[in-house]
Design a protein around this ligand. Structure first.
Ligand SMILES: C[S@@+](CC[C@H](N)C(=O)[O-])C[C@H]1O[C@@H](n2cnc3c(N)ncnc32)[C@H](O)[C@@H]1O
Length: 272
């Protein structure tokens, strides 16, 4: 086991981080070590690494970062997802992730409003999907092709089981959206009618507006629906609740934008 693998294994010992893909954690560890070659050398040469204070601090930092991009969204009961799944209790699964829990009440109205603008889609790509595919019954769609993307292997596995059990023509795939900075991650995919980019274009998940722009531009979809929370995780109203920058980016690319406002979330429906 090399140093990066060892650190990754150590970091993932925390239950709430154990669901993240190894390669994603390895990438973060590698980036952080590359920024600090002295620390990397120290780790490589240290014999009893687990006892070193510098090492413990490093593990803490990596975990803090991962909690921001993944763990912070887990809600009470996430460890019971498989149990809920067996019972077909998909509403409870939606409530084990903060984003879908907060959206739960508005789902039926939300999809109706979106389809009013886009038309009922025949295909959907759901980027950084979390548990959102479990809201499928609220979409009121039949014969739809559904591709769900996330960095959590456990989530991807569960969503694939869900598609199979419910006879949905869907697939969930592991994919790191941030790689769009280096190459077109969407090249292998066919075109979709609608792409969802719900609550994922904000820092720390997407690190820059440049990446947000690349995702919108490159995703092979006629429509892209981008959403942002308008309340903080602690339920306080956000100062910068209106994310007009996304509208500016879309309009700069020559796309048309409509805005749907809900109490806790704002949706930008972009026609490419
Ligand atoms: C705030 S949640 C949003 C989930 C879902 N879109 C929703 O709104 O219900 C962010 C999701 O992005 C995923 N994620 C974080 N970084 C990612 C990356 N680089 N590539 C793909 N997915 C990522 C996390 O695993 C998590 O499920």
């Amino acid at each position: 086991m090399n140093l990066i693998e060892k650190i990754t294994k150590h970091v993932k010992k925390k239950k709430e981080l154990s669901l993240i893909d190894d390669s994603f954690v390895e990438k973060i560890v590698k980036e952080k070590l590359e920024k600090n070659p002295k620390l990397k050398k120290f780790f490589e040469e240290h014999e009893k690494l687990n006892r070193s204070k510098k090492y413990k601090n490093f593990i803490k930092k990596i975990r803090a970062h991962l909690r921001k991009v993944y763990g912070v969204y887990l809600s009470k009961g996430f460890e019971k997802r498989n149990e809920f799944f067996k019972k077909g209790d998909y509403c409870s699964i939606l409530k084990t992730h903060l984003s879908t829990r907060e959206r739960f009440e508005i789902y039926p109205k939300l999809y109706k409003e979106i389809w009013k603008i886009t038309g009922k889609p025949k295909s959907i790509i759901d980027l950084a999907c979390g548990m959102n595919p479990f809201s499928f019954k609220f979409m009121g769609l039949k014969n739809v092709r559904y591709l769900a993307i996330d960095i959590s292997p456990e989530d991807v596995k569960l969503i694939n089981k869900f598609f199979k059990k419910e006879g949905i023509n869907g697939k969930a795939k592991l994919l790191d959206l941030l790689k769009i900075e280096h190459y077109n991650i969407f090249k292998p995919f066919k075109e979709f009618d609608v792409a969802f980019l719900f609550k994922s274009l904000d820092s720390p998940i997407v690190k820059s507006k440049k990446i947000a722009e690349l995702l919108i531009k490159k995703v092979p979809a006629k429509w892209v629906v981008v959403s942002f929370a308008t309340k903080t995780i602690g339920q306080r109203k956000m100062k910068k609740a209106n994310r007009e920058w996304i509208k500016k980016i879309a309009e700069k690319l020559g796309y048309k934008v409509k805005v749907l406002n809900f109490e806790n979330e704002v949706f930008y429906v972009i026609k490419k």
